[in-house]
Design a protein around this ligand. Sequence first.
Ligand SMILES: Nc1ncnc2c1ncn2[C@@H]1O[C@H](COP(=O)(O)OP(=O)(O)OP(=O)(O)O)[C@@H](O)[C@H]1O
Ligand SMILES: [Mg+2]
Length: 311
Amino acid sequence: MTILKVEGLYKHFNHIKAVDGINFEVAEGEVFGLLGPNGAGKSTTISMISTLFPPDKGQILFKGSSIGKDAKSLQKKLGVVPQDVALYPTLTGYENLGFWGNMYGLRGKLLKQRIEEVASVIGIQERLKDRVDKYSGGMKRRLNIGAALLHKPELLIMDEPTVGIDPQSRNHILDTVLQLNRQGMTIIYTSHYMEEVEYLCSRICIMDQGKIIASGTKDELVEIIKGQQQVSLKLDKINDSLVERIKRLPGVGKAEVVEGEITVAGESVDGILADIIAEVGKSGSHIAGIDVRKPNLESVFLHLTGKALRD
Ligand SMILES: Nc1ncnc2c1ncn2[C@@H]1O[C@H](COP(=O)(O)OP(=O)(O)OP(=O)(O)O)[C@@H](O)[C@H]1O
Ligand SMILES: [Mg+2]
């Protein structure tokens, strides 16, 4: 069943087309990925879903009803983890969670119980009594996630929750996402790290310059560039005539020297690897290493936009 449907959504800030006509659907129970570089329009999209501001055009449906109609009751069903950490630095972790719990109408015993449960999910039980300005960046991020979980939302929206933190906190957050999902929570996960999205998400939308440029499962997305295999050969010596000869082999689209290695791209490069190796042999060079690169989301993005996903 569809939990969230985004239809023909636009948001322009003067001449900046932050969100420029996007459509997507999130199915109940999935981890849905929104992948895109800086400025793609991810946060603007999330702000509209969380009713922070309305779209210029288009609509957002939560379980079939337009979210504009009853924003209050929607907010109880959504948990939003903002890109910028929203915490009070001079309050303790416990007090911060208490504040957010109050916002969701939690009080007394139930609030205390939820704070303890959430603290255990995000793994900060031992630090609950410490002031947040004493927390590491990773712990602040985790607490930021905790604040969005107190009211047990049906749909959790996370906006780049792992930016700028240590690998340990990052892994903890990724595991938490999977654990919450296994317990039945639907999650929209926004990131510009393709490995995270690849690891977590059942379906992915790739966004760039306000538009969705591709969507599907990871395998479906990689299928877009099926004919784009890459092999790199590390040789003891490279000469131009060898590169030329490899270029002329049937099935080779491109052969060039990149950082001291011959990089060959084409439809099915591993299928003609033997021919390539034979050419190297004839040239009198020796192979020090071969690296066959499988297409991944990074290469899909590069193929679609002509630029790398990382800034
Ligand atoms: N309030 C605003 N006023 C003017 N321009 C804005 C505003 N909010 C966002 N923008 C612009 O809209 C575009 C999309 O921004 P958005 O924050 O949605 O991107 P993003 O995908 O979340 O990027 P990042 O990965 O850097 O967080 C950017 O060019 C940004 O500068
Ligand atoms: Mg953003």
